[in-house]
Design a protein around this ligand. Structure first.
Ligand SMILES: [Zn+2]
Length: 384
C-alpha cells in the first residue's frame, strides 16, 4: 500500500510522511477516524514508507521486497490484533484467523467492523479483543524483529479491547521493547479506555470528502454523474459503504426501502385490522424476519432509520439542497416525509437510538421491535 493509492486525506499523509522523513516515529499512535475513512490503508502506507528499502520523501517504492510483502500482508514484522468471537472451534485470537483477516483486507482494505463480521459469518456475535490475545501479543513482541528495523503491531478497532486485554498492554505501550511500533486504529475513539488513550499519540482522520469518493468510484465503475454523486453523498464519507452501494446500484437503497416498508406497517397497524386486513400479523412476520437477521444487521437497519427520519425532516423544513434521498432512490419518500415533523422527530430519534443501544446490549429483538413498532404507530399518527 502506497500513499499514492489512497484517495484524499492529504493532511494526514503529510503528517505521517513528516514523521518518517524527520525520523521521529512515535512508538504508539492512534489513527482515529470514522469507518471507511482509510485508517488501515494509511497505517499500511506509513509502515511501507518506514520499511521501504528505497523510499522517496513522498512515498515507499512499491517494488522492494518489504513493500511487496507488506502489500501482500506477509511481512514478518507486521502483526495484527483484531476483534473476534469464538468460531468453528477456533479461539478468538488473531493468530488463528490470519488467513481470513488477510483475505478480508486484501479484498477491501477499507473494510468496516460489520464487513469483517460478515466476512467471518458471525452475524449474531459481538467481536472483542481478548486478554489471551494481549498475552500472546506481549510474548511475541518480546522477541527481536525478524528482519526490519521495526516490528509493527496494528490493533484494529482498539475500542474493542476488553479491559483486561487493555491492562495487559499498558506496559508495552508505555515502554516499548526497543523497536516495537504500535498503531492503534479506531472508529470510536471515545469508547477507548482512558488508560490506553493517555499512552498514545492520536491522529484524527476526517471522513472522505464527496469529491474523493466520487473520484474513486469514477476510476472503478462506469456510471453516470448523477448516480455517482448520489452514492458519494449517501456513503457519508465511508468508502467501503460507497463501494458496496456502487456494486449494487440497481437496488440502490434496499435498507431505506425496507425501513419505509416497516413504517407503513406501523402506521396502519390498527386501521387495517379494523378493515379486516390482518396488518398486525404482517408486522409479526416482518419482526420474525428481522429477529433472525442478526444483531449487526439490526443495528445497521436502525442507523439507516435514523438517517432516514433526518432526511424526512430536512425535506420538510430545510429545502431540497440538503436532501439526498428522492423518490427514485426510495419509492414514495416524498409522500412519507411529512409524517416526520416537529412534533414527533425528537421522540422518534430517541426511540431509534435507544433501540440501537439495547440491541448492542443483547435485548430480545422480537420484544424490542414489537414495542418499537407500537410506539412508532402512535408517533406516526400524531398530528403535526
Ligand atoms: Zn520499497
Amino acid at each position: 500500500m502506497r500513499y499514492i493509492d489512497i484517495p484524499g486525506q492529504e493532511t494526514v499523509k503529510s503528517r505521517l510522511r513528516k514523521s518518517v522523513n524527520e525520523k521521529r516515529v512515535p512508538h504508539a499512535q492512534l489513527l482515529a477516524g470514522p469507518e471507511g475513512s482509510g485508517q488501515l490503508p494509511l497505517a499500511l502506507a506509513y509502515i511501507s514508507h518506514l520499511s521501504c528499502e528505497n523510499p522517496s520523501l513522498e512515498d515507499s517504492c512499491g517494488e522492494c521486497r518489504n513493500c511487496k510483502n507488506i502489500a501482500k500482508l506477509v511481512f514478518p514484522d507486521l502483526r495484527f490484533s483484531v476483534p473476534l468471537a469464538a468460531l468453528k472451534n477456533k479461539k478468538p485470537i488473531t493468530s488463528e484467523f490470519v488467513t481470513e483477516w488477510s483475505n478480508a483486507v486484501l479484498e477491501n482494505p477499507y473494510l468496516t467492523l460489520n464487513d469483517w463480521y460478515e466476512f467471518l459469518g458471525f452475524e449474531n456475535k459481538q467481536g472483542f479483543i481478548s486478554a489471551d490475545e494481549s498475552a500472546e501479543l506481549v510474548k511475541a513482541i518480546a522477541l527481536k524483529p525478524a528482519e526490519g528495523k521495526f516490528r509493527f503491531v496494528i490493533i484494529w478497532m482498539a475500542e474493542k479491547l476488553r479491559t483486561e486485554a487493555a491492562n495487559r498492554l499498558l506496559k508495552s505501550l508505555e515502554e516499548p521493547e526497543g523497536k516495537n511500533i504500535f498503531i492503534l486504529i479506531s472508529a470510536q475513539p471515545d469508547s477507548i479506555l482512558s488508560t490506553i488513550l493517555s499512552r498514545v499519540q492520536m491522529i484524527r482522520i476526517p471522513p472522505l470528502t464527496v469529491e474523493d469518493i466520487e473520484a474513486t468510484l469514477r476510476s472503478r465503475f462506469e456510471m453516470d454523474q448523477l448516480t455517482l454523486s448520489r452514492i458519494a453523498l449517501l456513503s457519508g464519507g465511508n468508502l467501503s459503504e460507497a463501494l458496496a452501494l456502487a456494486g449494487k446500484k440497481e437496488t440502490l437503497a434496499p435498507a431505506e426501502n425496507d425501513f419505509l416498508g416497516w413504517m407503513r406497517l406501523c402506521f396502519s397497524l390498527w386501521a387495517s385490522a379494523k378493515a379486516g386486513k390482518d396488518s398486525f400479523s404482517k408486522l409479526v412476520d416482518w419482526i420474525d424476519t428481522m429477529a433472525v437477521a442478526g444483531r449487526e444487521q439490526q443495528k445497521s437497519f436502525l442507523l439507516t432509520g435514523l438517517e432516514f427520519i433526518r432526511q424526512c425532516l430536512l425535506k420538510n423544513y430545510a429545502g431540497s439542497s440538503l436532501v439526498i434521498y428522492n423518490d427514485t432512490l426510495v419509492s414514495n419518500f416524498s409522500k412519507f416525509a411529512p409524517f416526520i415533523n416537529q412534533s414527533n422527530y425528537l421522540e422518534f430519534e430517541k426511540l431509534l437510538s435507544e433501540a440501537y443501544h439495547h440491541i448492542e446490549r443483547n435485548a430480545n429483538p422480537r420484544i424490542l421491535f414489537l414495542n418499537l413498532s407500537l410506539k412508532i404507530n402512535r408517533l406516526l399518527n400524531l398530528k403535526a
